[in-house]
Design a binder for this molecule. Structure first.
Ligand SMILES: *Cc1c(COP(=O)(O)O)cnc(C)c1O
Length: 460
């Protein structure tokens, strides 16, 4: 094949957009472990999950076998409002680093919510609407997921109730107002609206909340209100499925020019963007067709993959959710106030956890000042103001490109640029003023949290 000069941005046409999502579980020899009922230790089936989740989404959650799942036409139409997203050749960054490496990034920040989360928000809202529900409840930390979901719900005419971690609610009033602009009801969590919120407030008066705690509230609110279900923006198998659109588009764009990546890098909070980006490449790897180095990047302050345990744990602090087998720091682990809010989750996608456990991918943790150094270097040459979460991937992409400079290797690096950082300027300000710290939990702190991991009936 002849290699054409590769354009700065590789766009797909609407016709070239994927028509199906790819379910990587179909190609996994060891499937991710099932969700368990914390009371009985039994695997949760369709009927067990129905009070909380939408029917079609449960089917997707439990489906470990169907390789390709059609994207409904209505969802594809919504995707066309902001997709296909560009795959950018980072010529300017390569030049700046003087590296022989070829760097590409898939930019998912090109929509109002400012992140990839809209890809799953529209799918989840669509299936809720199809089922004739009135609305959905959810939690949001930094606010990207809540924003994405409120946009999707506004589009489809669904009610949207968001429990926003109190510290973000107070510190990120702009995010909150974007959600309200799209019609969502936003409640700071923990709140007095739910039993679990009251209990947490009684035990920890003055707490500024956590993602795990907001999840407990949103789940309770969904179960208590007829016509409502709970939706989650990361971690779950269904979310990785929807996010496979990122990887499918990336692969289609690279294939157009005969480019084969050597290294694929993504930041990992609950694992949805990384899981989506790597899925078609991981599929080839699992089927033994190709090999790629795949690297998950997490904050040193919340190192689920690199220092966590691979075990069953609660997805939430309130311990009302099912148990998931994943790399976890313990559901009681409250990470220090890291500025990458979207990466402050104690657990990790069960799909990625299994793949990591089986040796199909690597993980590294990075300190936040190093992350912001990379963010700023990137912004100055590539123009885009990256989200702190996304900048974790930038950091490691730059590190790998610098290694190539030392060895003279012309590796092709692809990384996921998940979003923009316009609402994170307080973090950038701290960095510029030299006030940013790099908190790393001690082994003793992690041990304290591991000691509280649940004992699963029948598994001990
Ligand atoms: C939520 C978020 C993340 C992390 O979530 P994953 O599920 O791990 O992808 C990363 N980047 C941005 C911009 C986010 O909003």
């Amino acid at each position: 094949m002849t290699f054409e000069k590769i354009p700065y941005k590789i766009y797909l046409s609407e016709q070239e957009m994927p028509q199906t999502w790819y379910n990587v579980r179909a190609d996994m020899k060891t499937k991710p472990a099932p969700l368990l009922n914390p009371g009985t230790g039994e695997a949760m089936g369709f009927e067990d999950l129905r009070p909380v989740f939408c029917d079609e989404l449960i089917r997707q959650e439990l489906d470990n076998d169907t390789r390709e799942i059609p994207i409904p036409a209505e969802i594809r139409d919504f995707y066309k409002m902001y997709r296909p997203s560009p795959l950018v050749r980072a010529y300017c960054l390569e030049e700046k680093l003087q590296t022989p490496a070829k760097i590409y990034y898939k930019f998912e920040g090109n929509n109002t919510s400012g992140s990839h989360k809209l890809n799953s928000a529209i799918a989840q809202a669509y299936y809720a609407k199809q089922q004739g529900l009135k609305g959905v409840t959810t939690e949001t930390g930094a606010g990207q997921w809540g924003t994405a979901l409120s946009m999707a719900c506004a589009y489809l005419g669904l009610d949207c109730k968001v429990y926003m971690v109190k510290v973000s609610y107070e510190q990120k009033p702009f995010r909150r107002e974007v959600m309200r602009t799209y019609g969502a009801a936003v409640t700071p969590s923990p709140s007095m609206e739910t039993e679990i919120g009251k209990k947490i407030l009684a035990e920890h008066p003055g707490t500024t909340g956590s993602l795990g705690c907001a999840i407990s509230e949103a789940v309770e609110a969904a179960a208590a209100n007829p016509g409502y279900r709970y939706v989650l923006g990361s971690v779950l198998n269904q979310v990785l499925l929807h996010q496979s659109i990122i990887g499918l588009e990336t692969k289609a764009a690279l294939d157009k020019y005969g480019v084969v990546p050597d290294i694929i890098i993504g930041c990992a909070g609950g694992g949805s963007n990384l899981g989506g980006l790597i899925s078609p490449f991981m599929g080839e790897k699992l089927r033994g067709e190709k090999d790629y180095r795949i690297i998950a990047v997490e904050p040193a302050s919340c190192p689920s993959f690199t220092r966590g345990r691979f075990t069953y744990d609660f997805c939430d602090t309130g311990m009302v959710c099912p148990l998931a087998k994943m790399y976890t720091l313990g559901s009681g682990f409250i990470p220090s106030a890291n500025h990458a809010g979207g990466l402050r989750y104690h657990g990790m996608s069960p799909v990625l956890s299994q793949l990591y456990h089986d040796g199909y991918m690597e993980a590294v943790s990075v300190e936040q000042t190093k992350v912001f150094e990379a963010a700023e270097a990137f912004a100055r040459v590539e123009g885009i103001l990256p989200a702190p979460e996304s900048s974790h991937a930038i950091r490691v992409a730059i590190d790998e490109a610098i290694k190539c400079k030392e060895t003279g290797e012309e590796k092709t690096i692809v990384f996921g640029l998940t979003g923009t950082g316009y609402f994170d300027m307080v973090a950038y300000e701290k960095f510029h003023n030299g006030e940013m710290t790099d908190y790393i939990p001690t082994d003793a702190e992690l041990q304290q949290s591991f000691d509280k991991l649940p004992r699963v009936p029948g598994l001990d």
